[in-house]
Design a protein around this ligand. Structure first.
Ligand code: ZN
Length: 286
């Protein structure tokens, strides 16, 4: 089964947040910001067209502040296309009641995972008082957490909280928690590979790395050399890119090494990222 584990909904979602559009941006960032500003129904058309390229697509927003209306909206959005969309909840852990809201979204609204982001929601992922009840709930309900554990161009992000190793302690304390680190932990690829190697239920999504061809190749090679290609899952960060385009970029990663006589990444391992790994990561909720 082909599953894209990472897609966003637009700015119409109440209580949702994206970092402000940077003044000088590459083409893919412009596409992202143009699309998330579209009205709901227009955005949905783009979303469904992209989702038609895969069997399932995970859909979420990023919460800032009270997330009740946000989770209601995401649940409603995905409920219209239950055969295609898998909705994830989001809560802002700095807000009182975040744990109860996460539990409501999972058990009452039928959302099947959590999207979180220390760099965008301004929290420390190792903060036990705020975060451990959320990790505990996710582990008990057997739902994955997808976390933006990578850098960002957003000036006010705390890059210390962005690093993959910040999750090592929590993953030791919650060994059955499924954690997907977005963007392969960019630019801390080796750190991310080391983390997912030691934690059986930790994975890394490949999204938003394709536009740096040399880094993209090196990141994939790093995961290959560390023996954790099975921990990489297909992800687009839609509306950054569509699944078909992301898959094309995945196989193009061997173009540079082939031309330069450098080590290539086995095609079978790349194929497995497309067709199997995400299904294994999301098995508890499928
Ligand atoms: Zn994203």
């Amino acid at each position: 089964m082909i599953i894209d584990v990472h897609s966003h909904v637009g700015n119409w979602v109440p209580g949702s947040w994206h970092p402000p559009r940077p003044p000088q941006v590459a083409g893919w960032v412009r596409t992202f910001y143009d699309l998330i500003e579209l009205p709901r129904e227009e955005f949905l058309e783009h979303h469904l067209r992209a989702a038609s390229e895969v069997d399932r697509m995970v859909v979420f927003a990023i919460a800032r502040g009270d997330a009740t209306a946000l989770n209601d909206e995401v649940a409603d959005y995905v409920a219209r296309h239950p055969d295609k969309f898998i909705g994830f909840a989001s809560v802002d852990p700095t807000v009182h009641g975040a744990v109860a809201e996460a539990e409501r979204a999972i058990t009452r609204l039928g959302l099947r995972g959590l999207k979180m982001s220390p760099v965008y929601q301004h929290y420390d992922p190792t903060d036990r008082d705020r975060l451990y009840p959320i990790y505990e709930m996710a582990q008990a309900q057997d739902v994955p957490i997808l976390v933006h554990q990578a850098t960002t161009y957003y000036q006010f992000a705390n890059l210390t909280d962005a690093q993959p190793y910040r999750f090592d302690r929590a993953l030791r304390d919650f060994p059955r928690l499924t954690l997907i680190l977005a963007h392969m932990g960019a630019p801390w690829y080796a750190e991310c590979a080391a983390l997912v190697r030691k934690h059986p239920r930790a994975y890394a999504d490949i999204s938003s790395n394709f536009h740096r061809p040399w880094t993209w190749y090196q990141a994939l090679l790093t995961f290959y050399e560390w023996g954790v290609m099975d921990k990489l899952v297909l992800a687009t960060d839609f509306p950054v890119i569509t699944p078909a385009a992301q898959i094309e970029h995945l196989f193009k990663a061997n173009a540079i090494p082939r031309a330069a006589g450098l080590p290539t990444i086995p095609e079978a391992a790349l194929e497995r990222i497309v067709s199997r790994n995400a299904e294994e990561a999301l098995a508890p909720i499928l």
